[in-house]
Design a protein around this ligand. Sequence first.
Ligand SMILES: [Zn+2]
Length: 292
Amino acid sequence: MPELPEVEVVRHGLEPAVTGATVTRVEVLDPRSLRRHDGPEEDFVERVTGARLRTPERRGKFLWIPVDGRDEALVVHLGMSGQVLLRDPDAARDRLTRIVLDVDSPGHGPVRVDFVDQRIFGSMALDVLVPARDHPAQLIPSQVGHIARDPVDPLFDDRLFLRRLAAKDTGIKRALLDQTLVSGIGNIYADEALWAARIHYDQPTRSLSRPRATTLLAEVRLVLGRALVEGGTSFSSTYVNVNGASGYFSHSLNAYGQHGKPCPRCGRPIVREEFMNRGSHFCPFCQRIRLR
Ligand SMILES: [Zn+2]
């Protein structure tokens, strides 16, 4: 499942091709991929055709492309398996292509933007831009309004986050996955940051000391930063491919998916426990619940 670093790879890859580009044609092959568009298929096609696109933006794992001269943006939800592929206009189509945008790019000429999605949890939608609650000069899609800033956002407020975290009555991993508290951290990066900070996933937020919470936030930034760098090196300007399942980050994981393997810090086995219909991977020796 794509998380912040994977979505940033897509955003970064789209940027040179779509910034300043005009959409010349829209083809919807599967209307299910418009489930988050507030209107019929014809409405989407009519409003996106002719739109001049601006620089793609991202918050957490939400990606959008503002439309020039209108308070609207094309929001791309990758869901579980969504991909955005940049192709030559006459290239063969992937069987799972759901939406096709032909764009005329100032730097690259005609380019085809294919939205490919195997499981159809993703979507495209045209959405209205509204002022961000904490920074009204910044416009964000209404669908992103309830999503908190991510930790690599320059406007992320560390002190506000630590205060809100301390006020929560939950386990630390649930808090990290709460997109209204902090966005962009999914199962993989939560497990990795908790391992690095030596914090048990079910540590009650109320009993997590301020210094340990501060350390955890720093580890979240480090793990996301490393994944962003690795994603950046595997990036190709002509083929943007996001697939969380085969993540390029997988070779440097310490805890996630490593159950049965030795903890890189203490050598004892990493274990996996059921958590929110998925799994939590941790070292029971390094990551113990500590009560104040
Ligand atoms: Zn360990």
